[in-house]
Design a protein around this ligand. Structure first.
Ligand code: ADP
Ligand code: MG
Length: 714
């Protein structure tokens, strides 16, 4: 596979003389410009061609100030944008009032002068100086008899810079930087475009393009860089966005096909008898939603096709007991199961929950974390590999090479969002059969937006636990200014006096200059002050695990009233009698993180209270805190989180290791995504490893081969 792929790329290399030319070989690219291009990710001519305009402006080039004044006439402002080359006469760095600033600049040309204002862009004053030639691009207006522009785009006119020669009225505006202007990039692209386009081969046949009503790749690039109309630029962009989406969908479908077609997992059993036996051990009645998710899982594991399922359910919705069912499906058939958690604290808690539920049964359980002694670890690994242990709960420590199962049938990854897509448990069996893998269930509390579930997670079947177990009272959340913090702690005293417990969350373990309250210092303060007389425990990530487990145990059994902790308690910690949480410096936490933290209280039938202590200094922080106070619905919070963080983060590329889309934008291109998905599905059904479309295959391998692990597949 790798051989044919490399050969193909080389074949392309030989023919694509122009496309593969380094930008440094282009006549008008000075070393300085080359660096600037490199910074923007452009190394070869092909990268220039792929650098698409972000928008277009109607170009009224070469206008004088006099002509501009005539164009304005007696309108209040020009509807079109106007480009004028001028000389700077005077720069007056702005005044400040509140948080607003204004830079005033006088400019002139041979025919007149103009006044320019830049609001809230104080840096403009630093980049301009008298006698500098600048090109201004913006809308004109008249104020007190003086022609002016507000917040125009501007760039320096360099001596050696050729005047722009883009045909037509539409001037492309490219993503640029301080070191290279959009119009310079436009000039470079205009120079190479025609020759480069001749070398662009299409990986879609003309029949396919016809049925999609899309242009060839080469025309699509031409339409983006030199559009005759805005509509044709949109059509060109659509084709390129489609390709991006199609490639990822093909990769995901190829993997899916491979799993279903060639991989095998143990065929497990599920019937009423087994179900009743498990349910007899559970001290509550499963909700309808939990039951139906369990049935979906059972539907998967009773076949030999490896399950690859994502279970999403809000914090506290009861995913653990569902996971236990999946694991017991394995154990009932004499196979093993494993559950992996992102922190030791959570692994320890799961281990405890599971052993308690399975007390006095035949099922053997074990905990595997990195804080075991070498000797303990050796014994447990031995027991895992000889099959003495049925259920293993652990952390990453489960993924090391020396952990080999005798016969694992179900692998659970809890709090999957903490691991990243690539780290799905790859748990191995002793058997040499490369096609044998366990059924996999990954669990996440963050609801994955549909767009994401079709992309990065496209290979997963999704189950959702809707709603909460009965009897929960929603948590009340309040934002409290730091100066009123003592009232909140007073309230916590009252909660404790009623026999309930509380958490206090602080951002860091150690004191810093920023004045963040460290866990230990803060706990000491509370002991001597606001919570005097109450028993206070401390938990953080840098503690030894037996110390931490001891403290958690005391908290669980009610010997500790208030637990002061870092975010180690963010995931999964489940103590029903803890009803109040105070989060210090709440503006330091992300929205999803606040929701997770808050999910630690109100887990039983007692109402929960969460106080966020903060005086936010940024708009984002303000929005996050408003959102968390407003709703307790995890799905709504996930949506708000995306709005605040913007679509750039939507793809989850950081975690996934998958190249982010350059052109396609979700959710805007959702319809295109669905089209690509449908097409990819049909395609892989016809030709599961793209043997008949070698160019497409080579491009797919190049873009996603590594991140999606397609090397093993195709
Ligand atoms: P999460 O989905 O956040 O992992 P857990 O599995 O930790 O949630 O469950 C939260 C709490 O709800 C646990 O104490 C669990 O025992 C309890 N629970 C789960 N399902 C039910 C149910 N159907 N009825 C009552 N309590 C339940
Ligand atoms: Mg959980």
């Amino acid at each position: 596979m790798m051989v044919s792929c490399t050969r193909l790329v080389m074949q392309e290399t030989r023919e694509k003389k122009h496309l593969l030319t380094p930008v440094t070989d282009l006549p008008s690219v000075t070393p300085e410009r080359a660096n600037a291009l490199h910074e923007l990710g452009m190394y070869r001519v092909a990268d220039l061609v792929k650098h698409l305009p972000m928008r277009y402006e109607t170009h009224h080039g070469g206008m004088t100030i006099e002509a501009a004044e005539a164009l304005l006439g007696d309108q209040e402002a020009t509807p079109e944008l106007v480009t004028i080359e001028t000389t700077v006469i005077k720069v007056s760095p702005g005044w400040r009032r509140g948080r607003k600033s204004k830079v005033e600049v006088g400019v002139e040309d041979e025919t007149g002068h103009m006044h320019i204002n830049w609001f809230n862009q104080p840096w403009v004053a630093r980049s301009l100086h008298p006698d500098m030639r600048i090109r201004l691009h913006g809308s004109l207006s008249m104020r007190k008899g003086i022609l002016q522009m507000n917040n125009p785009r501007f760039e320096e006119v360099k001596e050696d810079e050729p005047t722009l020669t883009i045909e037509g009225d539409l001037r492309p505006v490219y993503p640029a930087s301080e070191r290279i202007s959009s119009s310079m990039i436009a000039t470079l692209i205009a120079d190479v475009l025609e020759e480069a386009l001749l070398e662009i081969d299409d990986h879609l046949t003309s029949n396919m393009l016809d049925s999609l009503s899309m242009p060839t790749l080469a025309s699509a690039y031409a339409m983006c860089h030199k559009p005759e109309t805005i509509d044709s630029s949109i059509e060109g962009r659509r084709r390129i966005a489609y390709d991006e989406l199609l490639l990822l969908q093909l990769g995901v479908m190829m993997k899916r096909h491979h799993r279903i077609d060639t991989m095998r997992a143990p065929e497990l059993l599920w019937n009423d008898e087994i179900k009743n036996r498990i349910e007899a051990r559970i001290p509550f009645t499963l909700t309808k939603s939990q039951q139906s998710v369990i049935e979906e899982i059972a539907g998967d594991v009773t076949t030999t096709t490896p399950m690859n399922r994502l279970l999403q359910g809000d914090v506290g919705s009861g995913k653990t007991v569902v996971a236990l069912h999946a694991m017991l499906m394995a154990v009932t058939c004499g196979a093993q199961a494993a559950m992996m958690a992102p922190t030791e604290l959570l692994a320890e808690q799961h281990y405890k929950t599971i052993t308690e539920l399975l007390e006095n049964s035949q099922v053997t359980t074990s905990l595997l974390t990195s804080s075991l002694t070498a000797k303990e670890r050796k014994t447990r690994i031995q027991q895992i590999s000889d099959g003495t242990i049925d259920i293993v709960v652990g952390t990453h420590a489960l993924l090391t090479d020396d952990v080999v199962f005798s016969n694992i049938a179900v692998a659970i990854t809890d709090e999957q969002h903490r691991f990243g897509v690539q780290q799905r448990a790859l748990l191995r069996n002793k058997s040499d059969d490369l096609h044998a893998i366990p059924h996999s269930l990954v669990m996440t509390p963050t609801s994955i937006p549909r767009t994401l579930s079709l992309t990065v997670f496209g290979d997963l079947d999704v189950s959702t636990i809707k709603g909460m177990p009965p009897g929960r009272t929603p948590i009340t959340t309040r934002l409290v200014q730091p100066e009123h913090a003592s009232k909140v702690y007073q309230y916590m005293r009252e909660v404790v006096e009623k026999g309930q417990q509380g958490y206090v969350v602080v951002p860091l373990v150690e004191d810093t200059d920023a004045g963040l309250k460290s866990v230990t210092a803060h706990a000491a303060n509370l002991r001597d002050g606001l919570l005097r007389g109450k028993t206070i425990g401390v938990v953080h990530g840098r503690m030894k695990s037996d110390e931490r487990e001891e403290t958690m145990q005391q908290f669980r059994s009610g010997k500790i009233d208030v637990l002061v902790a870092t975010t180690v308690i963010e995931v999964g910690v489940d103590i029903a009698n803890a009803t109040m949480m105070i989060i210090e410096h709440a503006d330091r936490f992300g929205l999803a993180q606040l929701h997770q933290l808050r999910g630690r209280v109100g887990r039983g039938t007692l109402p929960g209270v969460c106080a966020l202590i903060a005086s936010p200094t940024t708009d984002d922080a303000q929005h996050r805190l408003e959102a968390i106070v407003e709703t307790t619905d995890g799905f709504k919070i996930a949506e708000r989180d995306l709005e605040i963080r913007g679509p750039g983060e939507l793809f989850g590329a950081k975690q996934s290791g998958i190249a982010p889309f350059k052109i396609a934008r979700l959710p805007r291109d959702f319809d295109l995504l669905r089209l690509a998905r449908r097409n990819a599905l049909e395609w892989i059904q016809r030709d599961s490893t793209l043997q008949n479309s070698q160019l497409l295959r080579a491009r797919l391998m190049h873009v996603h081969g590594e991140a999606l692990g397609l090397g093993d597949v195709a």
